[in-house]
Design a binder for this molecule. Structure first.
Ligand code: 8YV
Length: 317
């Protein structure tokens, strides 16, 4: 049945998505309320759906302030910022935007891998600094044929693997359990995966279940000739351990699109030439953000039409 009520926009979203939401529904933008606590106290019970981003989610406090909430619609594939178990217990459905960003995130993972092994950004800094003398930049590491360990072989991890096959990579992976129909070697722990890899690519979901999966121990297993690529969530890596491993040369380099406390990047990393630092841009292309916006709208629209979601998040495991 069609829910009747207000759609709460929790945070700023893609402008074209904000426009379609406002054109079709009675939307209230929480961030534009002069006093959001007062708005929630007076009107919280009118809200039937919340639209938010993967980064912001719906906090427990906000969920509790919306007694008639029926759906939480996320712009983004990640949804660890929302307590899904709590939502489920209240009969609130949750959606995300899978698939539409897989290509771009996988493309960026491969781009980051190539960058950090070959030193592309570092070479660019070198040329711009006017330091180019013949052979002055020195030698870096070959990409093709490397042993790549993928942590988390979901949609994005598998798309990364497919791309790297074109580079003759020797691929292995670790996930909670072996993935059906996959012929890559399965490593039974993150440590075993790092131990047999030249490059460790983090492609898991975020949240409590994967926190600090890449520990100091895993980084030591990766070793002084090993590289880390992270396009998942900063929380999956023990960031202080990563910073010291990089600073002390206990791993060779890293390409990082995500950090533990964005937009704060640990200061020591800014000094290191063997680290690629990106501002969480893996899905940030016109094409992909447009598709994410459309899928977000589609989920909300379906919920407001018949009370169901187009791409609900997977059941809790
Ligand atoms: C961005 C992401 O955070 O989809 C995700 O989980 O991390 C990214 O696409 C995007 O801005 C959504 O908030």
């Amino acid at each position: 049945s069609a829910p009747h009520g207000t759609v709460l926009q929790v945070c700023p979203l893609l402008p074209s998505l904000e426009e379609s939401l406002a054109a079709h529904y009675e939307v209230v933008r929480l961030a534009e309320q002069p006093d959001s606590a007062r708005y929630l106290a007076e009107h919280g019970s009118e809200v039937v759906a919340a639209v938010t981003s993967a980064r912001v989610g719906v906090s427990r406090e906000l969920m509790d302030a919306l007694p008639k909430l029926g759906a939480i619609v996320h712009f983004g594939v990640g949804y660890e910022t929302t307590d899904v178990a709590r939502a489920r217990a209240r009969g609130i459905d949750v959606s995300n935007t899978p698939d539409v960003l897989t290509d771009c995130v996988a493309d960026l993972a491969v781009g980051g891998l190539i960058d950090v092994l070959r030193g592309l950004a570092a070479a660019d800094r070198y040329v711009r600094a006017g330091e180019w003398v013949p052979n002055g930049f020195g030698l870096r590491t070959k990409v093709s044929g490397k042993r790549v360990g993928i942590l988390g072989l979901g949609r994005i991890g598998q798309a990364i693997a497919r791309r790297l096959e074109g580079f003759d990579a020797e691929i292995s992976y670790h996930s909670r359990r072996p993935v059906d129909g996959v012929r890559h070697r399965y490593a039974d722990s993150p440590r075993a995966l790092a131990d047999g890899a030249d490059v460790l690519v983090v492609a898991t979901s975020g949240g409590a279940g994967t926190r600090n999966l890449v520990s100091a121990d895993v980084l030591d297993a990766l070793g002084p000739r090993g590289y880390l690529v992270n396009i998942a969530r900063g929380s999956v890596v023990d960031e202080p351990a990563l910073v010291s491993a990089l600073a002390e040369g206990r791993i060779a380099g890293a390409a990082l699109d995500v950090f533990a406390d964005e937009p704060n990047v640990p200061a020591p990393l800014l000094e290191l030439d063997n680290v690629l630092l990106l501002p969480h841009i893996a899905s940030a292309t016109h094409e992909t953000r447009q598709a994410m916006g459309e899928l977000t709208f589609h989920n909300l629209d379906r919920f407001m039409t018949d009370g169901t979601l187009a791409t609900p998040v997977p059941p809790l495991t």
